[in-house]
Structure formats: C-alpha cells, structure tokens
Design a protein around this ligand. Structure first.
Ligand code: IMP
Length: 197
C-alpha cells in the first residue's frame, strides 16, 4: 500500500485520518518515520504553518506528506487567538482552562460573540506543487464553559444551529461538521481522485 506521512503525533488525529484514508494509504506518523524534530511553526497563517511542517518532512525524509494547522478565530477580537490558539494564555499547565479563561476575559461584556474554528491542510507529493485544503465551522462563544468532551476551546464553542457545545457532543457528531472533519474530507476526496494507483 502507498505510504503517506501525516506530520503529527497526535493519536486522536492519527486514528481519525487512518479511519478515513486507511483503505488506500498506510498513514505514517512522525514517530513512525523516526522524526523527533521540533518542527518550527513560525509562519503567520494556518496555511503557512501547515506547509512548513509538510515541507520539513518531504525535504528531510522524502515521503509524500500532509500537515495540518488549526485554531479559533473570534470576530470581535480581530481573528485572535488564530495561529496563537494553543499558546494564547502563555500558561504551561492546565493550558486549555487558562486559554478559555483568557478568552472569557477578553470577551467580557461583548455583544458580538461570533467565532469560527479553522483548519488548513497542506499536501506535498513528489509530482506537484503544494495543495491546500480548508475547513471552517462557524459558531459562538458562551459566557461559561459547558461539557467534558473534546479539547481546547470546545467547552466554550457552540456551532451554528446547535444548542450544545462541542464538548457536549460525541466525537462522531463533532467530526461530522468540524473544521478538521471538513478539511480532511476535502483531502480524502482529492487523494481518491488524484492518486489512484
Ligand atoms: P492544532 O493545530 O490542531 O494543534 O490546534 C491548535 C490549537 O487550536 C489547539 O491547541 C486548540 O487550542 C485549538 N483548537 C484546534 N482545533 C480545536 C478543536 O477542534 N476544538 C478546540 N480547540 C481547538
């Protein structure tokens, strides 16, 4: 089976990708190819950071590769935390709780609580320029967290048309409409149509 690297060691994301692409590809993690590098994510956009990661693997390890970068964009905050979503509060322990607390402080009293999650995926194969896939899900930020599932900003985020937060949904329900689910679906469709050996 054709091998492709997903430039990540996140076991949840890997399992998800393997269930979607596994019938056609052996999806390898960074650990699987013995890459333990601290890959720089110094670009100023999701696409840029995804491409940095994919290019690092392609250039140094030679595999076809794709990488993702995601975050939360809050309208009233001019798109923050955006590419800084993971390190928004600067906390090193209890990171998600600290990030959520900072977000609530920044939005306190705000009427406009609209936000969206965004994922960019960059795909690098031997015979092509990079190809990008995007996924977004629109929603709003609550005034207090709700739910125990998911991760990151999930307890504060209610997707459009829902009353529950992502943290109150099952993984399946979330994947069906999430930014990552949508970007991955676009990637899977592209791979199916373009790399049929
Ligand atoms: P990553 O690029 O997928 O690692 O995401 C970077 C950061 O964005 C995470 O550390 C979270 O803070 C936030 N984030 C991305 N996707 C999600 C999600 O599905 N739910 C909640 N937070 C997310």
């Amino acid at each position: 089976m054709k091998k492709i690297v997903f430039a990540s060691n996140n076991s949840h994301k890997l399992a998800e990708l393997r269930s979607i692409l596994g019938h056609r590809y052996e999806v390898l993690s960074l650990a699987d190819i013995n890459c333990h590098d601290d890959i720089p994510e110094t670009a100023d956009s999701f696409e840029g950071n995804a491409l940095l990661k994919a290019r690092w693997v392609k250039d140094r390890y030679g595999y076809d590769c794709f990488a993702d970068d995601s975050g939360l964009e809050v309208y009233a905050l001019g798109g923050a935390p955006g590419i800084y979503s993971a390190r928004y509060s600067g906390a090193t322990t209890d990171v998600a709780a600290a990030n959520n607390a900072k977000l609530l402080r920044e939005l306190s009293g705000a009427d406009d609580r609209r936000a969206r999650f965004r994922t960019a995926i960059a795909l690098l194969t031997s015979d092509a320029e990079p190809v990008f896939f995007n996924g977004t899900v629109e929603g709003h930020i609550l005034e207090a967290p709700r739910g125990r599932g998911g991760f990151g900003y999930d307890p504060l985020f209610v997707p459009e048309g829902w009353t529950r937060t992502f943290a109150e949904a099952t993984g399946e329900e979330k994947n069906a409409i999430s930014h990552r689910g949508r970007a991955v679906a676009a990637l899977a469709e592209y791979l199916d149509n373009n790399f049929n050996d």
